[in-house]
Design a protein around this ligand. Sequence first.
Ligand SMILES: [Cu+2]
Length: 343
Amino acid sequence: MQAGDPFSKLRGVPIGVRQRRTQALNFPGKRLSDDDWHDGNCANYILRLDGHKKENASAQWHTADCLSEKLMIRKILTGALTLLAAGTASADWELNMPRGVTELSAATQDIHMVIFWWCVAIAVVVFGAMIYSIFMHRKSKGAVPAKFSHNMAAEVIWTAIPVVILIVMAVPSAELMIKLEDTRDPDLTVVVTGYQWKWHYSYQGEDVAFYSTLARASQAARRRDSGIDPETVENYLLDVDKPLVVPVDAKVRILLTSNDVLHSWWVSDLAIKKDAIPGFMNETWFKAEVPGIYRGQCAELCGMDHGYMPIVVEVVGQEAFDAWLLNEKGAVTSVASAEGDLR
Ligand SMILES: [Cu+2]
């Protein structure tokens, strides 16, 4: 670029601004080849425009929008390919929602499947009619379009049918949602508090409370340049130091809140995904019917380490739970008495 060149002012200016300013100067441009559409060639592009102005060429103006559009398409394609590769690489990749281990998680999955098949049937009918019409009544077959613009009967039908479908779907959904919200008469209540970036569990009336943070093995492996292959860590980013322990077949009420920002307590096997909101107490419940370990994650983007605050719920038999609770209380008492001894 020569000194005194009016385009030298455009150097280092963001593309959008350059585009506007260049357009404002109203230069005739030239349609450039694909290779010219690269980020670094913007200066060249503007220089070429300058040249064309001098030659008073009348090629078509091509905006920098084309550049961003092409880059965007390239990025989307690369992203989709990466996702596909990741999908095939993961062994336990599952498409459908899990059935879970509570009566209501099973009911939720049932209703999900019923509505899914409704949608499939609607899609088959609608797209079937559309594809059939496009194919059978195409111009090359000599189809002549009808001239009418209103049809009362058609309008009533295509309004009434969706209304009926929505009502048929809404009734069982509402029934299930009422059950999901019914937190009365719990056997156990736990206050769950979200923190950046861990969970705190407090067993009401039991004097047991603790934090649950990402397990050490995951913690170590997630560090940059840790040299640890995450593939070698069991339940990587899905394990905690201290899980929430609850008895099987007991109605556990969860009172959910947050200490800082929005979090969300999400354990799909228990059919729970509820927001933890600072200054607000949300309620939910579950009754796990199968003992086991159920994993979940924070489902509300809550900051830098949002991906590092998993949830682990351990469902055990009543006796094991009682023993665990007694042990936890003992730990609390021994810590308290140790503190007392130190005073
Ligand atoms: Cu969170």
